[in-house]
Design a protein around this ligand. Structure first.
Ligand SMILES: Cc1cc2nc3c(=O)[nH]c(=O)nc-3n(C[C@H](O)[C@H](O)[C@H](O)COP(=O)(O)OP(=O)(O)OC[C@H]3O[C@@H](n4cnc5c(N)ncnc54)[C@H](O)[C@@H]3O)c2cc1C
Length: 613
């Protein structure tokens, strides 16, 4: 195995408060997936200088980061993030997760690499974003990635199928599949078929509903380690890019303006203890701080709802009511089981069987198929369900949702433009609920003691608001999960489908018994909903949409070119710009979205020969 220092190269282009230049062409606030992808692409032009300011440190190449089966990334969690009491979830105040490390979520996430469905991007286009569509995004997805096919033997044994024409083969992000599977996952697969779910040939092809192996950003070319944004968009290029600087462990406190033009940023050490420093950008400041922190930076900079800014005495640069509204995530639900006849090994075996663990580790280190190629909390296959896959009552759910006043799903004091935008999003989502080719949630079994039910498409909307003017303070996070009654109905349908799958013969062979807080006595919709409100985690760390790419009169914060309305020289690159959640997981989509934005910026400024093409 590589040593930790070999896995964590240090580069001359890492700057400090003392060595940072005073001016760059572009400054990027946040060095996560979007930030580092963009920095890589913009510095392809040797005349451009880029500074990435990142709140977190560089990772040290620990096993818990790089080795999927040793997954334990806790040291790079953003500290002390917790929600306000969640009124739809029995007023629980719930710890919530985001990354604070160079590479952002790609360093600590669960490595699921899944695009959205075609109707996701087509919906975004229909909401007023010119040229946004699946067709136009597909080339960027392909550009971002390099797919390594599994061995023919594994593909045959594990039912792995794909359509090579939609996979990228020369991009920086390495992805493939785990090279091992637990025997119980075959029972799950067969049970899913027994209840009518069908294999999806390729979940990356825009029509996901069905069952399939989960692609993962394991780097199959170098021993199945994690392919992080730090490795694929910084380490990969930095030796030849003196124009690409990173200032780690530094918190961007605000964007600096001259009039309405963004001219730079101020920042403080993330550890505190020093007064703010400033650095300036000749062309643009680009926010890439993620779904919770980009709205915080905007608000601290005087861009946001005027009432909120006034409350903290922040001079208003632009009254933009949508900043921090429209918060969405993909809630998760864990359903516990005991088994009288489960198969071993399973995903618990690495923990419970030291001999098996040592064997598997030796195989992994020798680049042989191993359980260490699977993220330890997960298994290899998953089922994504359209609403009609989940319940035959889907039309009734849609009908009742249409009868509900959308205003009831938002806070009472919401700006009329934000409400109008929400109505448009709601209509688009309900249309998706009637389609068989887009997912509303998923079912997963890690092969040990619990099943996971994910909800992709909530109608509830939350918010992120600053709680002080101190840039080191966390904002108030309110997901408002399950405040919209339709969300509870959709989640109940997904939960019932989970039950049905475990009642199918191939799963029954393992003797599963659903246990408390669910279990045989929890049968009516009301009982299920009551337990769910106790158990749902409002976040899968997929926070999005808080600086939404929508027309301004629909509560939007950025244009389809991701430019912040009302000011110049400022864009949002990260997941905040999404208008709505997707049927998939964010990472693959953020890599593709950042490739798209990099092209837009290059064309606008004629960088790296973009205008001669
Ligand atoms: C534990 C976990 C598991 C996940 N599992 C999956 C998964 O399996 N599959 C998947 O697709 N997605 C997963 N995600 C979500 C995915 O990683 C994120 O949605 C994605 O990283 C978002 O990309 P981004 O560029 O918008 O932001 P991020 O990648 O989060 O990057 C934002 C960066 O900005 C930095 N930052 C924030 N504020 C400031 C500031 N003021 N100044 C300077 N820097 C700042 C942060 O430290 C961070 O590094 C998971 C996320 C987590 C945390």
């Amino acid at each position: 195995a590589p040593t930790e220092s070999a896995r964590a190269p240090r580069h001359a282009t890492i700057v400090s408060r003392q060595t940072v230049n005073s001016n760059y062409t572009f400054i990027i606030a946040g060095g996560g997936i979007a930030g580092l992808t963009l920095a890589d692409r913009l510095t392809e032009d040797a005349n451009v200088t880029v500074l990435v300011v990142e709140a977190g440190p560089f990772d040290q190449g620990q096993d818990g980061i790089l080795v999927p089966g040793a997954y334990a990334p806790y040291y790079y969690f953003w500290p002390n993030l917790v929600t306000v009491p969640q009124t739809g979830l029995k007023n629980r105040e719930i710890p919530t997760i985001a990354a604070q490390v160079v590479g952002g979520g790609s360093v600590i996430n669960a490595m699921v690499y899944l695009r959205g469905d075609a109707e996701d991007y087509d919906s975004w286009g229909a909401l007023g974003n010119a040229n946004y569509s699946w067709k136009n995004m597909l080339p960027y997805f392909k550009k971002s990635e390099n797919f390594t096919a599994p061995s023919a033997a594994l593909a045959a044994a594990g039912n792995i199928t794909w359509d090579d024409s939609v996979r990228g083969h020369s991009g920086p992000v390495q992805y493939s599949y785990a090279n091992y599977f637990y025997p119980g996952s075959a029972n799950w697969w067969n049970a899913a078929k027994e209840i009518g779910l069908k294999p999806t040939k390729d979940p990356m092809a825009g029509k996901k509903p069905g069952i399939f192996w989960m692609p993962s950003d394991v780097d199959a070319t170098t021993g199945f380690t994690r392919s992080t944004a730090r490795r694929n968009h910084y380490d990969r290029v930095t030796a030849s890019r003196p124009n690409y600087h990173i200032l780690p462990s530094s918190m961007v406190s605000k964007v600096l303006f001259t009039g309405k033009r963004a001219t730079g940023i101020s920042y403080v050490p993330t550890a505190g203890g020093a007064s703010p420093s400033s650095v300036y950008a000749s062309k643009e400041v680009i926010l890439a701080a993620g779904g919770l922190n980009t709205p915080k930076i905007l608000q601290l900079s005087g861009i946001g709802p005027k009432k909120l800014l006034n409350q903290f005495g922040i001079p208003v640069v632009e009254d933009l009511p949508g900043v921090g509204q429209n918060l969405q995530d993909q809630p998760t639900l864990t359903v516990p089981y005991t088994f009288s006849n489960n198969l071993v090994p399973n995903s618990g075996s690495l923990m419970t069987n030291a001999t098996y663990n040592a064997e598997q580790r030796a195989l992994y280190d020798g680049h042989q198929p191993s359980a260490y190629s699977i993220v330890s909390t997960l298994s290899t296959n998953i089922g994504v369900l359209s609403l009609q896959d989940a319940t035959s009552s889907y039309q009734q759910i849609v009908k009742e949702a249409k009868q509900q006043d959308p205003a009831l799903s938002l806070p009472a004091d919401v700006d009329p433009t934000v409400l109008r935008g929400y109505r448009a999003q709601r209509d688009a989502t309900l249309k998706q609920f009637e389609s068989s080719t887009i997912g509303v949630g998923s079912l997963h079994w890690g092969t040990a003691d619990s099943a996971l039910v994910y909800h992709f498409k909530p109608l509830s909307r939350g918010s992120v608001r600053i709680n002080s003017t101190n840039p080191l303070d966390n904002p108030l996070i309110d997901y408002r999960t399950a405040t919209d009654p339709t969300d509870v109905k959709v989640y109940t349908a997904l939960f019932r489908k989970q039950r049905q799958l475990f009642s199918a013969p191939s799963m029954q062979a393992l003797g599963p018994v659903e246990v408390a807080p669910f279990g045989g006595n929890v049968t009516s919709d009301e009982q299920i909903a009551a337990v769910m409100r106790d158990q749902i985690n409002p976040s899968n760390a997929h926070q999005c949409c808080t600086a939404a790419m929508l027309p301004r009169n629909l509560g939007g914060v950025v244009s389809h070119e991701q430019k912040v309305y009302g000011v110049t020289g400022l864009r949002v690159a990260d997941i905040s710009h999404w208008p709505m959640q997707i049927s998939g997981a964010p990472m693959a989509n953020m890599y593709g979205a950042a490739e798209r934005l990099a092209d837009l910026i290059k064309k606008e400024y004629c960088l790296a020969g973009a205008c001669s093409k």
